[in-house]
Design a binder for this molecule. Structure first.
Ligand SMILES: CC(C)(COP(=O)(O)OP(=O)(O)OC[C@H]1O[C@@H](n2cnc3c(N)ncnc32)[C@H](O)[C@@H]1OP(=O)(O)O)[C@@H](O)C(=O)NCCC(=O)NCCSC(=O)C(=O)O
Length: 402
């Protein structure tokens, strides 16, 4: 698949993606979004389990894979075989990065650890995503995102105080680790421009979560405070909550600044609230948070979400409805910024998906194709890149190495 499209910032970067599920592959998706040639290695015959993940199917296909593997090339290699390991070693000199999310030690057992691969390519950047990182007493443990979310701090504070800790509706731990992995990869790439040396980018899923935990750690260290679940509110930051609407929905309103709160009070027809000693300052509103939320809810319930949104917009108060896919697809702002785009898939037709984030003004990312069929790029990589003959390709296929 030649590059008949505007240049992208990572066009000159090639990545070999090993591993499966989400925590590694989402990093590959992000790099591929910006033009990197990501060659994904999958077990012959089966492929990545993500080919089967996703709740709803269309024409027998899962609808997660087309997004997670967009822009990637798929090749098959059985990494457990010496021939398969030799193929990886032949590819490594041609790539800038190897991305992997096996259990630490798995690649080493296959003779494909950092020592072996960096000896073949000193500029190699090896991006290693795992449950607990490449060092430390837990390094050998198998890890899923759910465990990283639990130990990284987000589960303890998600949900309502009188209910058990709850999952966020997406695999946030995996995606966070992958996002930090992509950041690490680009930082390492910048460093490589200075000295030509590659390095290992090592992140445990729990660390990607921990990195977002705001002041949770020093709050405990210095004050003994253990952050708890608080539902929809930010304790002492008010008003910021979901408020009921007359048409049975919810509107999120964030008016937790003196200026904005004064405008909300005007919109409510109760401008005196802004000077009321219970609500006039940030601290006062924090102290009377529940009382204030009740006042606002008693007002919002009289109007539909559309009416409220119009009033909030008129008065410059941050507010938004709680969208599902349905609202996103018809929202004029999403449409204007092309936040969701249609990508052609040979089997599914046009499939709508989230576009590349963020927007780059001069060399934006983009999506050329959806997740490819298993081994779709075997010939391109093994013959065109590595120079194997058609006979060698056929022999590897017959032995199920690829
Ligand atoms: C996901 C894991 C728990 C799976 O553990 P294990 O099954 O013990 O696998 P290992 O990592 O040791 O890798 C060996 C297995 O890889 C599989 N495998 C994958 N690709 C290949 C290829 N190309 N060739 C051969 N084998 C392959 C194969 O089934 C091997 O099992 P054998 O056949 O037995 O040899 C672990 O990989 C892990 O901890 N990864 C780091 C954290 C992580 O990424 N977790 C998943 C995030 S996604 C997630 O949490 C979520 O979506 O939710």
């Amino acid at each position: 698949m030649s590059r008949q499209r505007p240049p992208r910032p990572l066009d000159d970067i090639r990545v070999l993606e090993l591993g499966a599920f989400l925590a590694g592959p989402f990093c590959g998706q992000l790099l591929a979004d910006f033009g990197a040639e990501v060659i994904k290695v999958e077990p012959p015959g089966k492929g990545d389990p993500m080919r089967e993940w996703g709740r709803h199917r269309y024409k027998g296909r899962t609808l997660w894979w087309p997004i997670l593997a967009r822009n990637k090339k798929s090749i098959t290699i059985d990494l457990r075989t010496p021939e398969g390991q030799a193929l990886v070693k032949r590819i490594v000199p041609h790539v800038d990065m190897v991305l992997e999310n096996f259990r630490p030690g798995t690649l080493e057992a296959w003779g494909l650890g950092w020592e072996a691969l960096s000896a073949l390519n000193p500029g190699l950047i090896m991006i290693r995503v795992s449950g607990f990182g490449q060092t430390g007493p837990y390094r050998d443990k198998a890890g899923f995102g759910s465990i990283g979310e639990a130990m990284g701090g987000i589960r303890a504070i998600t949900g309502f105080p009188d209910r058990p800790p709850t999952r966020i509706g997406i695999s946030i731990g995996d995606s966070l680790a992958a996002t930090f992995a992509a950041l690490g990869a680009l930082v390492a790439l910048h460093q490589r421009q200075r000295n030509g040396q590659g390095q290992v980018v090592d992140i445990g899923i729990y660390e990607g979560v921990l990195a977002l935990m705001e002041s949770m750690i020093p709050e405990y260290q210095l004050t003994g405070h253990i952050r708890e679940r608080t539902g929809n509110i930010l304790p002492n930051v008010a008003p910021s909550n979901i408020y009921p609407t007359a048409d049975g929905g919810w509107l999120v309103i964030g008016a937790n600044a003196d200026t904005i709160f004064a405008r909300l009070a005007q919109a409510m027809g109760q401008p005196e609230l802004a000077t009321d000693p219970r609500f006039a300052t940030h601290s006062a509103r924090g102290e009377h948070q529940a009382e204030l939320d009740d006042l606002i809810a008693a007002w919002t319930i009289k109007y539909t979400a559309d009416q409220l949104q119009a009033m909030m917009d008129e008065y410059g108060v941050p507010a938004g409805r709680i969208y599902t896919a349905k609202e996103m697809l018809s929202d004029p702002h999403f449409i204007a910024r092309r936040s969701i785009i249609g990508v052609h898939d040979p089997e599914l037709g046009e499939i709508k998906m989230q576009n590349v984030a963020p927007h780059l003004s001069a060399t934006p990312g983009g999506i050329d194709w959806t997740g490819p069929a298993l081994g779709a790029h075997n010939r391109e990589v093994f013959v065109d890149l590595l120079g194997l003959s058609e006979d060698e390709l056929a022999a590897l296929q017959a032995k199920r190495v690829i």
